[in-house]
Design a protein around this ligand. Sequence first.
Ligand code: HH2
Length: 280
Amino acid sequence: MAASVADILRSHSTGRATVMGILNVTPDSFSDGGRFLRPADARQRAARLLAEGADAIDIGAESTRPGSDRVPPGEQIDRLRDVLPAVCGLGRPVSIDTTSAEVAAFALDAGAAIVNDISAGRDDPGLFALAAERGCPIVLMHMLGQPKTMQADPRYEDVVAEVAAFLRGRVEAAEAAGVPRERCIVDPGIGFGKKREHNLALLANAGALAGIGGPVLVGPSRKRFIGELSGAAAPADRVSGTVAACLAARAAGASLFRVHDVAPLRQALAVWDAICGHGT
Ligand code: HH2
């Protein structure tokens, strides 16, 4: 049975692997841009992700791929206006991928249940107040710099320790604004201001983020480091690498996975969990 929002928030203590299927309502996302702009197409895609075993759908109306420009809140809302009711109507948890409190409020009003903020409350301080008021979980992600320039030359002394310290600080800031720690989902931000070796270290040490807030989420799906390691130039050809990255993070302690390709990950998790003892 699919997990509820409460199950997702408990996944780090129950050992249940939970999955968010990605739905980008954007003309320019790096791997699925332009495909799901129409409400009927978006709903069909979401229904398929859920049928394949997604517990929630993460909808974004702004691409944050390296080099991208920010999309004003009004434009994000225009893209979401007809799509959100169509997807929320499927009756499963929906997460809104935005750094804007205005967009998040619009999505929560339309039936979304989780806010996914890649800026971890730094772009718009109103997001923490909103999450506190509505009692919803919030994903806090690490990003070095901004999408436009973040891949220029990211540097760390100790990437795992620095990302953990950042997330600890952001969870404290969320708590100070009234969001309980256990409703903060923490995410190392794979590909956001990170070179290949940084991504690999964070996936291998996802457990270092356990205990900072609630569950640990990772989002390696189809990202560039998989292409660099495997030679798969097209994002859609990076599915096996995505599965491998998720399993490595699962072994290290992550329990929430944000992916485009739900069915292959679900099959791999079923087998991996049965062998390694996380099965529920
Ligand atoms: N990655 C992307 C977008 N949102 N949110 C979280 N919490 N973690 C991630 O790793 C993450 C995210 C980028 O992937 P995608 O949505 O496929 O592409 P684009 O930003 O081009 O729309």
